[in-house]
Design a protein around this ligand. Structure first.
Ligand code: ZN
Length: 256
């Protein structure tokens, strides 16, 4: 797993993750990480992996490397966290080269993920956007919905961003009401997962519906329905927290 301590600047080599705007270069081993005695100049130090320093470098687009989601589908949970970190930190550094308060150039601090404005003193950190993702249940049944962005036939759990000033549980109830018009009773936390597209932190919940009547909003959601564990539609990939919510519920209600 990624040890979250940034190697000092005199550390100049170790594991290297090479990525571009769409994917990650396969290393000689076939995995994501290659070993490199001397990192390229623009490499960004991330931490330590298996006791050795690890960095990421962003190269120009052009090479047709396997996409980020392809990698997430095949790597371990620990490696997916490393990839999520690399993606979010590199994009944040690219997008925060100037101070959002006074407009002067910022500089990257070397001992933590932070951009410092020496003109006004503002310090910026990588943005993480908390989201709720929830499986609404009624007995054995699961409420799944389709966003217009989904591949054809796919259904998933409900999700949405937490608003400024809002409690997480309140966001669960609000999103479910807004998207499918259902009141929920008990809400219980499942687990969380970083989702680096571009910088979400998905917090997974089970929510028990107080009634079955669905009223979709027609914009964020184009269809929603109750499904029994025996008649599920096409689902999101197994590495997604959405799928894990569904499989966990399915396991819990299976006839013993
Ligand atoms: Zn400033």
């Amino acid at each position: 797993m990624l040890q979250r301590e940034i190697p000092p600047v005199d550390v100049v080599g170790g594991w290297l993750l090479r990525m571009n705007g769409s994917g990650v270069a396969p290393a000689e081993s076939g995995g994501m990480l290659g070993y490199c005695e001397r990192w390229p100049e623009q490499a960004l130090r991330l931490g330590y992996w298996e006791g050795k320093p690890v960095a990421v470098v962003v190269e120009a687009d052009g090479d047709d490397w396997p996409g980020f989601r392809d990698w997430l589908a095949q790597v371990s949970v620990a490696q997916s966290e490393l990839l999520a970190t690399a993606l979010q930190v590199t994009r944040w550094e690219r997008d925060h080269r100037f101070c959002g308060r006074c407009g002067n150039a910022t500089r990257r601090l070397t001992h933590e993920f932070a951009m410092q404005c020496d003109h006004c003193g503002l310090r910026g950190y990588p943005r993480i956007s908390p989201c709720i993702i929830t499986l609404v249940t009624h007995g054995k049944d699961m409420l799944l919905a389709r966003s217009p962005r989904f591949p054809p036939q796919r259904y998933s759990t409900l999700a949405g961003f937490i608003e400024p000033g809002e409690a997480v549980e309140a966001a669960v109830r609000r999103e479910v009401m807004e998207e499918v018009g259902v009141d929920v009773g008990r809400v219980s936390f499942f687990k969380s997962q970083s989702w680096p597209f571009p910088h979400s932190l998905m917090m997974g919940f089970f929510a028990e519906a107080a009634s079955r009547r669905i009223r979709i909003d027609g914009e964020e959601i184009v269809d929603a329905a109750w499904f029994s564990p025996e008649t599920l539609p096409q689902l999101p990939p197994v590495y997604s927290i959405s799928r894990q919510l569904i499989e966990t519920h399915r396991g819990a209600v299976a006839v013993r």
